[in-house]
Design a protein around this ligand. Structure first.
Ligand SMILES: Nc1ncnc2c1ncn2[C@@H]1O[C@H](COP(=O)(O)OP(=O)(O)OP(=O)(O)O)[C@@H](O)[C@H]1O
Ligand SMILES: [Mg+2]
Length: 327
């Protein structure tokens, strides 16, 4: 690996994503983005080491096949849910400028020794470890919007993690153990279908804002080897009730942190932010303009990765490049 090559990994509960880039003359050039299903990680924590290691190995195989090398060093993005589980949320002091906070983040090799071991057994060293989605602010917001105040909500699979910033300073950070998986479980329970089928239905026809779905729209469900029709509005009702619950919890948590001033907008990232109409629910709950956070363009980044699912892995990459600058 060239000295100017950097790599980041987002250890999600449903996917592991890895990004490799070159950093030359102050500019990032993405060499590849890789993704594989993640096994053995629950709510941001390693529950089955062998499964998690095999998932990482599969991503690394893709890297090797595509780039003809594997990175020697990677920086990790770990969900705030993992920091919460280990009682480490207080490491991120509210009231501190976000850039300063990211510069002073120290690796907690003790708490995250499993993740470090997971990377090491695959022949790679761990550079830095960052909390997600704190590092993601840099790829979905600019300095002005961080000054004006933004709530960044990462709705993943097992959890929803949120950071909020006003005047460029951290105001709140928290994680709740509900995300896309809870929505899938509701669908599976109500429709009496298995998890994989329910997840696929959600991703294809899911809507979280009923008013966006026409009254007569129907979706096809397979029942005892036959196709039956089910109201898409009814389907959206199942989803919207859980999404409402998740975002209401998030708002309660954000509001529980003292702040001077008001936020200007809400940004949603993570796979579940792809649900049709989710920004409308966020707008109703937070009473603020709400948008999906798409990663800013970086050289070499294909269009398929300009997607809220890839914001976290790109955010870690951008953060390391900032450190690279000062080396
Ligand atoms: N098009 C889509 N519509 C609705 N939901 C989607 C879509 N695509 C992915 N999802 C959901 O997004 C979730 C995965 O999101 P993401 O990849 O951000 O999670 P993760 O980072 O692996 O998990 P976590 O952050 O909780 O550890 C899954 O529940 C998946 O069903
Ligand atoms: Mg995630």
């Amino acid at each position: 690996m060239q000295d100017n090559t950097i790599a980041s990994v987002d250890f999600g509960s449903s996917s592991i994503r890895l990004c490799v880039a070159e950093y030359t003359n102050g500019a990032l050039k993405v060499m590849g983005v890789f993704e594989k299903p993640s096994h053995g990680i629950k709510n941001g924590i390693i529950k089955n080491f062998e499964e998690a290691s095999s998932s990482l190995r599969q991503v690394l195989n893709d890297v090797e096949l595509s780039l003809y090398f594997t990175p020697k060093k990677v920086s990790l993005g770990l969900n705030l849910s993992a920091y919460k589980e280990y009682g480490m949320l207080s490491h991120f002091k509210c009231g501190i400028h976000v850039d300063e906070l990211l510069k002073t983040i120290i690796n907690d090799g003790v708490q995250f020794k499993d993740f470090i071991k997971l990377v090491n057994v695959n022949g790679i060293e761990v550079d830095h470890i960052y909390p997600l989605p704190l590092t993601s602010l840099s790829v979905v917001t600019d300095e002005k919007s961080r000054r004006d105040g933004v709530i960044l909500v990462d709705i993943g699979s097992d959890s929803t993690s949120t950071v909020s910033v006003l005047d460029n300073k951290l105001v709140s950070r928290d994680s709740i153990p509900f995300g896309g998986k809870s929505i899938t479980s509701d669908i599976a329970y109500i429709l009496q279908k298995n998890t994989n089928y329910s997840k696929a239905l959600k991703e294809e026809y899911g809507a979280s804002y009923e008013a966006l779905v026409k009254d007569d729209e129907m979706i096809k469900l397979v029942q005892h080897n036959e196709n039956i029709l089910f109201s898409r509005k009814e389907f959206a009702r199942i989803i919207s009730s859980r999404v409402n619950e998740i975002l209401t919890e998030v708002k309660k948590s954000v509001d529980s942190f003292p702040r001077c001033g008001s936020y200007s907008n809400v940004l949603l990232i993570g796979g579940s932010s792809l649900l049709l109409g989710i920004t409308k629910i966020a707008k109703d709950i937070f009473l603020l303009p709400s948008h999906i956070g798409f990663p800013m363009y970086a050289e070499g980044l294909s269009r398929e990765y300009i997607n809220p699912k890839f914001v976290n892995v790109l955010g870690v990459l951008k953060t390391i490049s900032t450190r690279f600058e000062v080396r």
